[in-house]
Design a binder for this molecule. Structure first.
Ligand SMILES: [Zn+2]
Length: 291
């Protein structure tokens, strides 16, 4: 759990789970042994499990408190979700809500829920099971979804791409309850808080860009799954909708924010989780915040 500040805003991590996820080649199709070899020394033990050779992933949300708004960024996998095709995410009972409470917040305190995209591990806590029905977890919140992203998955209802049930139990109930705002990919949530298009992983994938008091924070969702992709940005994941566009979005982002003071908050990095992008040789590396 990390508490940071961006200007006058407080930012907390709310973790759901962390651990070995997949081997490099299991998540990045182009991650050959030769490509990975020079990175093994820095990846283990904080970002790769030395025993299994699996990359470590964390699944978490961030909460931004601006003083005017409490904004939840991404909503993890969720509890009690029926995910028969994904044993590690099926009928779970994680302490995510206790972790939200531990940073001093209840569901009633959340004003905005913003999902970087509508994949299975970013929408789960959007809803909770009450008397056998999926209802919005945050009773006072508006939920901000990219309209492009929503339309994409809406057309694939019943398909397997997002895992069975995800759209129907974690997205649609929010829309049906009248709590969703389907927005453009450069939507302004509040002064200094705007969506930034980062398409490719999914068609309407967006980052959240926060400027406050001269500081900048970027909540980048799955633009980068793992710090390996900062050093090797050509690596798109096997679950990217458009691998070429995903790659291009990473190069554009690195060129835009590399060697700046912008603090990057990716959805799945382990260790100290957040950091800055700094140049390294002809490429980039992730300079983690030191705790
Ligand atoms: Zn994800």
């Amino acid at each position: 759990m990390i508490t940071q500040h961006c200007g006058a805003c407080r930012i907390d991590t709310v973790e759901e789970s962390t651990g070995p996820f997949r081997t490099p080649a299991g998540i990045f199709a182009d991650a050959t042994d030769e490509l990975i070899a020079p990175h093994l020394s820095w990846m283990a033990p904080d970002y790769m499990d030395a025993d299994t050779q699996m990359l470590l992933f964390s699944f978490k949300s961030f909460v931004i408190r601006t003083g005017r708004l409490n904004i939840l960024v991404d909503a993890c996998v969720g509890n009690h979700k029926e995910r028969p095709g994904r044993p590690q995410w099926h009928q779970q009972n994680w302490p995510w809500m206790a972790n939200l409470n531990a940073v001093g917040l209840t569901p009633e305190d959340i004003d905005i829920v913003m999902c970087t995209h509508l994949h299975i591990d970013h929408v789960g806590w959007n809803t909770q099971l009450v008397d056998g029905r999926w209802v919005p977890t945050f009773p006072n919140a508006r939920y901000v979804f990219s309209a492009d992203e929503y339309r994409h998955w809406e057309t694939l209802i019943g398909g397997s791409e997002v895992g069975d049930n995800v759209f129907n139990d974690s997205v649609l109930p929010v829309v049906e309850a009248g709590r969703a705002d389907l927005v453009k990919n450069d939507h302004e949530i509040d002064h200094g808080i705007v969506l930034e298009p980062t398409p490719g992983h999914t068609p309407g994938h967006v980052a959240l860009h926060l400027d406050n008091g001269g500081d900048t924070a970027l909540f980048t969702g799955d633009l980068f799954h793992h710090p390996l992709q900062i050093a090797e940005p050509q690596l798109s994941s096997v679950v990217c909708t458009d691998a070429d566009l995903s790659r291009q979005s990473r190069y554009d982002f690195l060129n835009r924010y590399g060697d700046s003071d912008a603090m990057i908050y990716p959805a799945h990095f382990t260790g100290t989780e957040i950091g800055k992008i700094v140049s390294a040789g002809e490429g980039w590396r992730f300079d983690f915040v030191v705790e």
